[in-house]
Design a protein around this ligand. Sequence first.
Ligand SMILES: Nc1ncnc2c1ncn2[C@@H]1O[C@H](COP(=O)(O)OP(=O)(O)OP(=O)(O)O)[C@@H](O)[C@H]1O
Ligand SMILES: [Mg+2]
Length: 301
Amino acid sequence: MGKGGVGKSTSAALNSLFLAQRGFEVLIVSLDPAHNQSDIFEKKLADKPKQVTSHLKAIEIDQDHWIKRYLKDVHEQIRRTYSYLTSFNLEKYFKVIKHSPGLEEYALILAFKEINRKFSKMDFLVFDMAPTALSLKFFNLPTLSLIWINHLLALRKEIIKKRELITKVRLMKKEIETDKVLSRIQESIQEYTTLKELFEDPGLTKINLVLNPDQLSLAESRRIVEGLGAINISLSQVIVNKIQENSSMDHIDREFKGIPLLKAPFSETPLIGLDVLMRFLQANEEKLMGQPLQVLKNGIQ
Ligand SMILES: Nc1ncnc2c1ncn2[C@@H]1O[C@H](COP(=O)(O)OP(=O)(O)OP(=O)(O)O)[C@@H](O)[C@H]1O
Ligand SMILES: [Mg+2]
């Protein structure tokens, strides 16, 4: 997480490379629709994993592809659940969904879930996220969806109760057919609860906040911490990036008491290309050991 331009993509690339150099199988996934990993690694990346270096693969997700996938899934669900709808009516309902706001986040969540499932054998999945606004929406989506779906659940139950009443009066027996809509709602609740738990578990999801020593990026970082705190997500580490000789750090040390701070210096050489990235890691090895060592101590290997 972090404000635009603070060095999220570069940190994600360095973090991935650091882990790969130690023999972990790593997949770096750019979830930011404005991708940068191709430029950082100087390699054309795509929606399928490409080998960047030994033990390290990379993907840049194609947002339009995932929006189409998401809409196709929804279309299929409506068709299955409301089998009595004519195709004309089906299209009518579908149009409402196709133009609803928030599609971007749903598509990102779908991509995240699929990648998480498909590459569960990797030791680490490193996600390079978009700047603050979109990423907060991404992490908020399970919580918001659960609030909304729970309202739908209550409504559906009311509908079923009324329907049962009618069948009882008419047929003198209870309707035994399971309600497809109710099942679908319950399935969604399950899916979003699993995702919410994954985001909230610091043993499974480590969220790094990247910031620079300047006041604006610190102010935005505070809002990120608050935003994540509201949905029960805590930070694993704060990366203070682009530190220069004259950078004052006291205010940052005070702000993030209790959260591991990783301090990365400003690089005069642009951090582009594998060779430069590797040299930067080597030169700063001691400073950069913090988080991956923590991971090792947790016994993931
Ligand atoms: N430690 C560093 N020293 C010098 N330059 C850096 C450092 N880290 C990142 N940069 C440079 O800062 C710029 C922004 O970096 P990067 O793209 O990683 O940021 P970002 O937070 O991912 O940006 P965005 O919000 O646009 O996704 C790039 O030119 C990058 O090379
Ligand atoms: Mg970026």
